[in-house]
Design a protein around this ligand. Sequence first.
Ligand code: F6P
Length: 461
Amino acid sequence: MSRLIIVSNRVARPDALNKGSQGGLAVGVLAAMADSGGLWFGWNGRIENRPVSEIREESRGNINFVTIGLRQNEYNNFYRGYANSVLWPLFHQRPDLMTYRHHYRMGYLGVNRKYVDHLLPYLKPDDTIWIHDYQLIPMAKMLREAGVSSPIGFFLHTPFPPLDLLRALPDHKDVLTELLNYDLVGFHTLTDERGFHEAIRYSMKGDISPSGLIDCQGHQLQTGVYPIGIETDDIPDLVKTGKHSKEYQQLKLELGDRKLLIGVDRLDYSKGLFHRFKSYEQLLKNYSDFHRRVVYMQVAPTSRGDVKAYGQLAQQIDQAAGHVNGTYADFDWTPLRYLNRGFRRNTILALYNLAHIGFVTPLRDGMNLVAKEFVAAQDPDNPGVLILSKMAGASAELKSAIIVNPYDTEAVANHLATAIQMPLDERKDRWEQMMETLRRNDIQAWQRNFRRDLVPRPHAI
Ligand code: F6P
């Protein structure tokens, strides 16, 4: 098999592993590379103001990491700007939170060009290149223009919006043209793939075969649905080690007989924390029997805190959490524990195991690996219940979760009550069904299926 080159903005660099700062993409890609190894290229996570970026090369097992820094203005226009103030809100169906600036687009193209320039010397003719996520859409076009003829695939970890929304992006046709330069474009769900097809068909006048083969403006490419999985079989061992953590031990002691509801999310408006807190508040309002018998712990480390919409969100969430505790807490019971920080991955997995309910209700989410990891971390003899938003990609696979509409806070409160009281037999049945999916479609299956379909196709340059 040819050498695998992975490119993603965030790289799970060896020195940052298991520090609690890694998002789903980095953890998933690292696991996917475990078998084949290869080269992983991206941002080193630092802002540096030297005129020429320093390239850092490190190896861990069969993976070579090559990372570079960003200058302050690159970070501002590319990362904070086009990636996270334009594409992210738009792709998560929040055009109202989009701040569009022309110089953001220039900065975005500039950093993609910089990544291409720094990657080129590492490439060999028979490599397979796999680019990840919305930050790096233009890379295939730039690589092709530089003469690279290797197969280049793209996987979008976020949702892809319907055309009516995509049209709010002034450069949407440029973005679509950039995507045409890949040989394979992968999505988490059929809905995302459908959005892309709609845009290609109506905005770019492309032809699409029933199997997802696109013919458009001299490019041929395949699209496909590849829902990302987790390291399903490895999770129980990670849970075991996490149980040694002081956080797990202390929480277990403090909980006593109380049932734990747990949510773990980056502090992002797409995660629906405000609505989630309101649903929990509604539960406490409607079901006073549960007072003192449940504790909801929400872990939400700050993310992209220097992007305006995120700063506002942080304040709103602080207030909502304060309101729940202000209304219902007593000297011996804090109903909502909101922790604005991250924990080690093993610790989080052990907390999932301790919890009775996984509370995963994003307003929009590409996949949501918390949902999958919560399920895989359960005790088979006494599994907890997953409450999962229909707006998360994971709901297309985890059909035996309690699937909820996160906007309907009264219904979510009722579903919480059902979950708290769900009999063991039903919990086991639901859990078994979800585990069957997680075993079949684990992280290795995800990378195998994508790489199987990534073959070179004709492109007009
Ligand atoms: O596509 C979503 C994603 O890449 C996740 O994998 C990850 O949780 C998040 O975005 C990372 O965001 P950032 O790199 O901005 O911290």
